[in-house]
Design a binder for this molecule. Structure first.
Ligand code: 6CS
Length: 313
């Protein structure tokens, strides 16, 4: 059969590289074909999620940044400074976390989705027009965020004016000054040419961009066991590949950005400067609990336990 798989980026970006590896493994080991739909070919993230839930797509990559209103618990990824910063700890966390591999799987299943894999895409930086080093510097600055209620709370706690927008509106919004900043990993700042419409890149260390790949659950449940096993195997192969692929990716992307725009200002907030942003995380965590209740609270506890295990290694 031909299976349709949509993702939120170009074929040469992290989600595209992941999807390509998955496709190669499936096609090399079965008679099935995977048809890939990069960003823009089927609409925005919200559109492809609807298509996956309706069974028009068999696979979809949608980041929790857009899943937050459908699945409130998925907002846990936007509590600032929660995820570890090192590659090793992230790798271990995503591989071994019970919250991710069991608890979230159940939660997504309630929405007709078979969660297959979550993986990190890279450290998030903030791009702006003016430099900032403390929350007060962000007062009145409109920062675009993905359409995720908790991400809105994060940027409020950071002192900014958050503006949730679909991806397609970001470049134009920066160009016309409807927004003055946005957050994303460096590979995306480079490939989507965010640097053309931003003057400052700031490392705050507050997050890593997480994404999720899932299948339509009815489709997945109806497959023979051998196909289900092959899909899981291909997801594992793609995960290994993408973790390897990401080594040095941020550094390479920053070099390319600096080649294109040498005058862009790169700021790395010191630990001291990060302290008030770190402190804001408490407030955001409280909002998360408010929004998700007992289910979110239990998930966060498991999440923290898994993080501890991953960073202790
Ligand atoms: O900021 C966004 O909306 C986009 N960022 C990334 C890294 N991937 C896809 C997403 O649409």
């Amino acid at each position: 059969a031909t299976w349709r798989y949509a993702f939120e980026e170009a074929i040469t970006d992290v989600q595209g590289v992941y999807a390509t590896k998955f496709k190669e493994h499936i096609e090399a080991n079965s008679d099935h074909n995977i048809q890939l739909f990069p960003y823009g070919t089927l609409g925005e993230s919200a559109d492809t999620m609807e298509q996956a839930q309706a069974g028009l797509l068999q696979f979809v990559d949608q980041s929790p940044g857009f899943t937050g209103s459908l699945i409130p618990e998925a907002q846990v990824f936007f509590i600032p400074y929660l995820l570890p910063e090192t590659h090793e700890a992230l790798d271990s966390f995503f591989r071994n976390s019970k919250a991710i591999n069991e608890d979230f799987k159940e939660i997504y299943a309630q929405h007709g989705l078979e969660l297959l894999k979550m993986f990190p895409e890279g450290e998030v930086v903030i791009t702006t027009q003016e430099p900032f080093e403390k929350p007060a510097d962000l007062n009145g600055v409109k920062i675009r965020v993905m359409t995720n209620p908790l991400l809105v709370e994060s940027y409020k706690a950071f002192g900014a004016t958050p503006t949730p927008l679909a991806w397609g509106e970001v470049y134009g919004g920066l160009q016309t000054n409807i927004i003055q900043g946005q957050e994303n990993p460096l590979f995306w700042v480079e490939s989507a040419k965010m640097y053309e419409v931003s003057d400052v890149i700031t490392f705050t260390g507050h997050n890593n961009f997480t994404t999720a790949v899932m299948a339509n659950k009815r489709f997945f449940d109806g497959l023979p066991e051998a196909d289900q096993a092959l899909i899981h195997e291909a997801m594992d192969v793609a995960f290994d590949h993408i973790m390897e692929y990401q080594k040095g990716l941020s550094e390479r992307s920053l070099e390319k950005i600096l080649e294109q725009k040498p005058e862009i200002e790169v700021v790395r907030l010191t630990e001291e400067q990060r302290a008030p942003f770190r402190a804001a995380a408490k407030e955001v965590e409280a909002k998360y609990i408010e929004m998700t209740g007992d289910s979110g609270k239990a998930l966060l506890e498991q999440f923290k336990q898994d993080l501890e295990a991953a960073t202790a290694e």
